[in-house]
Design a binder for this molecule. Structure first.
Ligand SMILES: C[S@@+](CC[C@H](N)C(=O)[O-])C[C@H]1O[C@@H](n2cnc3c(N)ncnc32)[C@H](O)[C@@H]1O
Length: 326
């Protein structure tokens, strides 16, 4: 049952795919669980290692500071302590200014930023670690939006149940300048239904531009593409528009064109700023997801741009475009 669900091309009954009690797991399912467990163990190991490294570094810095103080006269010591306090104060002031600027920017974006919704109605289709991963991606999206020169008006819809409680557990989440909506987007934004566009890699329509009137929806799903065609089917059933990112017009991918939630949001933010899909894709899509040749071509192109900038070459920038439909 689980395998059939995992391998399905379209989704007839998404809610009916929980493993049945007492039913032995298939070899494939067992392998997947083992792989997930190994991944989790490795992740925990890495986290512990980073924590230990940080502690060691802090300890080393503390020792260096104490040794330095010990080598100074009383007067020099006081001076050094004062200057360190001053530096810390300046750093705090700078941080608080940055925070205020960010609040101002995000508050403005609520009025005139591009509306982007993260649809959080898929918690029941994800494992605990996939939900955790999605929460991390949302945190990342929020941070990138705060740093963006043209931030979006971000929405989290269907923000309830497991998903909602994990998000609410994040430190500072209650202060996030983002629309937190328990209801689904179709309910909360029903008066704007004609402007809703579900972004999905399975759409036939290619997104050319971002229309400020439209509300772009990104599926809050971490599924390693287990639930193929899910968001497309959902949008079709709801009678709302769909579109896919124009990746194929600009780059070749080594596998599918299905991206993660944070990659999609980052691309949209980058495009809002640059109005240039190619730059946005190459900035965000990791090299391992691009075809080898394509990455090398872009690196070569990049090198040429740098050489031109440095006045080392007058050569014209080679225009390497990928034929559409890839
Ligand atoms: C990890 S994908 C989820 C894939 C899932 N099987 C589905 O049916 O959408 C997360 C979301 O990012 C968006 N997305 C990913 N790749 C995309 C692409 N090439 N074009 C448009 N949207 C994309 C979609 O909204 C998608 O739901």
């Amino acid at each position: 049952m689980e395998d059939a669900c995992n391998d399905q091309k379209t989704l007839e009954t998404p809610l009916d795919c929980s493993p049945k009690r007492n039913q032995p797991l298939s070899k494939n399912a067992q392998k997947k669980i083992l792989k997930q467990q190994k991944f989790e163990a490795k992740k925990a190991e890495k986290k512990a290692l980073i924590k230990e490294q940080k502690q060691r570094q802090a300890e080393r810095k503390r020792k260096e500071w104490e040794e330095k103080l010990a080598s100074l006269s009383e007067e020099e010591k006081q001076k050094l302590i004062e200057s360190r306090k001053e530096m810390r104060k300046e750093r705090m002031e700078k941080r608080s200014e940055e925070r205020e600027r960010k609040i101002e920017k995000l508050t403005k974006a609520k009025e005139n930023g591009q509306n982007i919704v993260i649809d959080l109605e898929f918690a029941h289709l994800m494992t605990e670690s996939e939900i955790h991963s999605l929460v991390q991606q949302i945190m990342y999206c929020y941070a990138v939006n705060g740093r963006s020169a043209s931030p979006a008006h971000l929405w989290l819809t269907g923000c309830q149940g497991d998903m909602g409680s994990q998000l609410r557990r994040l430190p500072g989440f209650d202060k996030w300048i983002i629309e937190k909506e328990d209801r689904s987007y179709i309910e909360a934004l029903q008066d704007q239904k004609e402007n809703l566009v579900y972004l999905t890699a399975d759409s036939e329509t290619v997104l050319d531009e971002l229309d400020p009137k439209k509300i772009y929806i990104v599926g809050g799903l971490v599924d390693r593409n287990r639930w193929k065609g899910l968001t497309m089917k959902k949008a079709e059933e709801q009678g709302i528009q769909t579109a896919k990112l124009p990746i194929g017009n600009y780059m070749k991918m080594s596998s599918s064109q299905v991206l993660t939630v944070n990659q999609v949001i980052e691309i949209l933010l980058s495009f809002s700023e640059t109005k240039d899909w190619k730059t946005s894709f190459f900035q965000v899509i990791p090299q391992r997801k691009r075809s080898e040749a394509d990455s090398e071509e872009y690196r070569a192109e990049d090198r040429e741009v740098n050489e031109e900038k440095n006045g080392e070459s007058e050569r014209k920038k080679k225009c390497i475009e990928v034929p559409s439909g890839n």
